[in-house]
Each structure stands twice: as C-alpha cells, then as structure tokens.
Design a protein. Structure first.
Length: 505
C-alpha cells in the first residue's frame, strides 16, 4: 500500500480591512468650551503649503466681527502636537470683483459659513448657503422709514493652500446678471447656493443649490446646480452651467458627486456629475447623471437617472458618492436614504449601490443595505475611502451617526470586490469607544497624512464639538506553504529512518 503525501500550498492574505486604527485617534475639539458652534458639522483633510491639516467647519460659530451674529467659521487643526485649532479668516479674506456689494447690501448673520467644506489637491471650497443679499428697499409711504428685503442666495469661496484672497462665487442672480436665464426675482429668493459641493482633482467643482427658483418663498422649491471648471490656460475662469430643467419641489442639488460612471463615445476622459433630487418622483427621490456638453456650452446634458425603492419621505439622494468598487474602470454610484424605515424601525436608513454597466450609460440593479435599527439614520453621510486596504478595489464608509441609546453613532466600512460591495461590513467604528456623540455626522474623502501609503480618515461629531482623525495601518500579506519529503510512503517497505539511523520501519 502506498500513501501519497500531497504537496500543500496555502496562500493567505490578510485583507480583512480592519486596518483603520481606533486605538490612537487624533481628536480635535472646539476651542470654545461648552459651545454650540456646530464644530464638526463639516470636515476635510487639506494638503496645505505647510503640510496636511485638519479643517473643520463650525457653521454656527461667532466670527471676529461680533456685530454679525453667528456667521460661521472654519478652523485649521494640527495633526501632530497639542496646539489648539486656529480660526481661519476666510470669510474676511474673500475678494469679489463680480459682486459690488457694500456692508448694507448683505447679511452674514446665521449664513452657515463652513457647513459645506471640501478640499482637493491644495484647493479649498467653503460655502455659506444662507448668505443673504439685499434685493429691494421698501420705503414706508406714511413715515418714510426704509426697510430692506434680504434673500438667502448663498455663496462659496475658493482658496488655494495659502488661505489668502479667496475667490467668491455665487449664482448669476447675485450679481444681477441673469444672462437670459432668470426671468423673475422670485427665481432666486432662496437658492441656498453652496448647500452641497464636490471638488475633484483640484479643478472640477460642482455646487448644489436646492432652493433655487422658489415660488415666492413658500414650501415649493425648484432646484438648480452649477458646475465650475478651472481651466489650465487661465488664472481663474469660473463657468456655470445650468442643470437639466428642474421640477417644482425636487430639491435638485441637495447632494452632488463627481465620477466616471460611463464610457462616452468620443469622450474617453469625460467627467460626469451625480446630482440628487430627494423629493422628486412623488417625494421618493431620484439621482441624475449629467455631463457638461463642452467647455463653452451653458448647460449640462442628462445621461441617466436612478431611483430607489419608491418609499415616500426616505430622502433617497440625501448623500451620494462615487467609488470604483469592482476595479472595472468605472465608478459605482452610492446613494443613501437615511430616513428609510418600516413599522418599528423608523429612520433606520438604507444605502443603494449602483454598479455601472459602462457602455450603455445605465446602471445595474442596485444592491441594498438596510440600517441596523430604528433611529440610526444609516447613510446620513457616505464617503469614498479610495482603496483603503490596497487590494485593488475601492472601499466606502457609511455613517449611522445617531445609532445608540445616547446617539453615539457608528461608522461602517465596506470593502469592494470583483462583484461589487462585500457584506457584511468589515469594520464598525463606534462613537462609544471614543466617548463621542453623533460620531459620523460628517465624513470626508481620505488623505494619507502620515506617508505610510494608506489613506487616513477624518470624521466629524458636531454634538461633541469634535473632529476625529483615524489613521490607517498597513495591511500585511502572509504566504504559507507546506511540503513533505518524500512525497509518498510505501507501507510494505520499511524505509523511514529515525533516532539517528538505529531504527527503520
């Protein structure tokens, strides 16, 4: 009888994606004790001239001009050391050659400066969606007193890494130049320009304005989106493109993202834009995919639309993100509906993962992930993590910021794979472990701040007035093999020697 010993070769790669280190978080807190400035409502990692920095939006903060109540602010926090976060004079350093406003023409109080905050390749965009300008002056016919009417048009500022002389931009309505597109002053009573924004490669920017074209300030809104392109052949050239004609009440522009979702004939490098309409389609929500027709066109072209499971009020499109999860050269579209729920599980939340079919300008059927429990608001924030474990597939973070008895919050990390998203989540990072509440209210795309070739993650927790940097550890690959000599044993022929050759069997 012969027994053959099989050569065993096992290759084990530790790609479990538990590589976000929670043992040594870098926590930055508001410099004002017991404040309610909303510090952590928006966060971004910024590659400044002096090195990487943590930028934190505090949209209810007091500014340096105390005559303006709660204009909002942005703070810059160090990654190394214990120095406090510094107030950045961004709003004060804005230049606006296109807008001839005086101090009496605008109202910066409660403008939510810092609610929208994005950074890419050294450039920063920060917005104040409730910035107000004076649209009309009313004089009382009896006593001659004068009053002013202010509309929440919103505005954004674009800065480079030096934080100096930010370029301000807003809707064309703000400068009074409608270019034939704005036909009535009611079109821009409450556009809230800058409610959302996405910046890619430091030069592609899309800004959402979900309150555009309101009807006399009532509950019915039309919506609008703008795209800014910074051309390399000009110092700064802002171009705004109209989105596809909106519909009343859609809230188009509530959230936006930039990605490569499809192959466009003759345009292999075309950038496409995802723009959500969470109250479209009888309040069940939609997300549209656009492209800019060309650099000189004044409109965006609609390529495709996706819808959720048609649950009214779920806010499908509350947040959107683009990430290549299956390494097929196209981005998947991640859409959240944080108000999704059922009886006994209200506001549990849900996310939808739409993989691109590439050539047909359409998406495959969505994969859905439902939030863990009632009141979690799973998907209130979603973000691409890039390839955080370096396995070749993009990963995402999904926040449930109010999960827990004390609203501590949890962030779930999902890995990509050849077939798309892998479930269940590979890592759950809990606010309770960090002694925070509303952990995950804000997420941002990652940046490698410690030069270990793995992107790091920044999280906002505004109820704790905190921002948390979680660094990512390298993934170790281990290969194990087992061989045997000889490769077979003949049980009828003693040929095994042991004990220094004194015994055979």
């Amino acid at each position: 009888m012969t027994i053959r010993i099989v050569h065993l070769l096992a290759a084990m790669t530790c790609v479990c994606a538990f590589n976000i280190d929670t043992s040594s978080p870098i926590v930055r807190v508001s410099s004002v004790p017991d404040s309610t400035m909303g510090f952590g409502a928006a966060v971004t990692l910024h590659q400044s001239i002096a090195g990487p920095r943590i930028l934190v939006g505090a949209p209810k903060a007091e500014g340096k001009d105390r005559s303006v109540p709660r204009p909002g602010a942005v703070y810059s926090c160090p990654i190394i050391g214990s120095s406090p976060c510094q107030y950045l004079e961004l709003d004060e350093n804005a230049v606006s050659p296109a807008f001839k406003w005086t101090s009496t023409d605008v109202d910066r109080s409660d403008q939510l400066f810092g609610q929208t905050l994005v950074s890419s390749r050294g450039n920063i965009v920060v917005c104040a969606p409730r910035f107000k300008n004076n649209n009309s002056i009313i004089i009382d016919a009896v006593n001659g007193t004068e009053s002013r009417s202010y509309y929440a048009i919103g505005r954004c500022l674009l800065f480079d890494g030096s934080y100096k002389k930010g370029q301000m931009f807003s809707t064309d309505a703000a400068s009074g130049a409608d270019n034939g597109r704005l036909t009535n002053y009611l079109d821009f009573v409450r556009p809230q320009f800058g409610f959302s924004a996405a910046l890619k490669n430091g030069e592609e920017l899309i800004v959402g304005s979900p309150g555009y074209n309101s009807s006399g300030g009532n509950a019915f809104f039309q919506t609008f989106s703008f795209v800014m392109r910074r051309h390399k052949n000009a110092n700064l050239n802002l171009k705004f493109y109209d989105a596809y004609p909106p519909h009343e009440g859609d809230y188009r522009g509530f959230s936006v993202a930039i990605g490569k979702f499809f192959t466009l004939v003759g345009e292999p490098d075309a950038i496409t834009y995802a723009v959500s309409r969470p109250k479209a389609n009888f309040v069940t929500g939609k997300v549209d995919i656009f492209k800019s027709v060309n650099q000189n066109a004044q409109r965006l072209e609609l390529l495709a639309s996706v819808a959720g499971d048609k649950e009214p009020g779920a806010m499908f499109g509350y947040a959107v993100a683009a990430v290549n999860m299956n390494n097929d050269q196209f981005d998947a579209l991640i859409v959240s509906a944080p108000f999704h729920g059922s009886l006994g599980a209200e506001n549990a939340g849900k996310i939808f993962i739409f993989l691109s079919d590439g050539k047909e300008q359409a998406f495959m059927d969505a994969e859905e992930i439902v939030g863990p429990s009632k009141g979690a608001f799973f998907g209130l924030a979603v973000a691409s993590l890039g390839d955080i474990d370096r396995d070749g597939f993009g990963d995402i973070a999904v926040a449930a910021p109010f999960l827990g008895a004390s609203l501590e919050g949890v962030i779930y990390v999902y890995r990509g794979s050849p077939s798309g998203i892998r479930t269940p989540a590979s890592q759950a990072i809990k606010g309770t472990d960090l002694k925070l509440t509303s952990f995950g209210y804000a997420l941002t795309e990652p940046l490698d701040v410690d030069d270990n070739k793995y992107p790091d993650v920044l999280v906002g927790a505004y109820l704790s007035e905190s921002a948390v940097l979680l660094r990512t550890r390298p993934v170790v690959s281990v290969s194990v093999s087992l061989t045997a000599q000889p490769d077979s044993v003949d049980l009828d022929k003693p040929n095994c020697v042991y004990n220094e050759g004194n015994t055979t069997w």
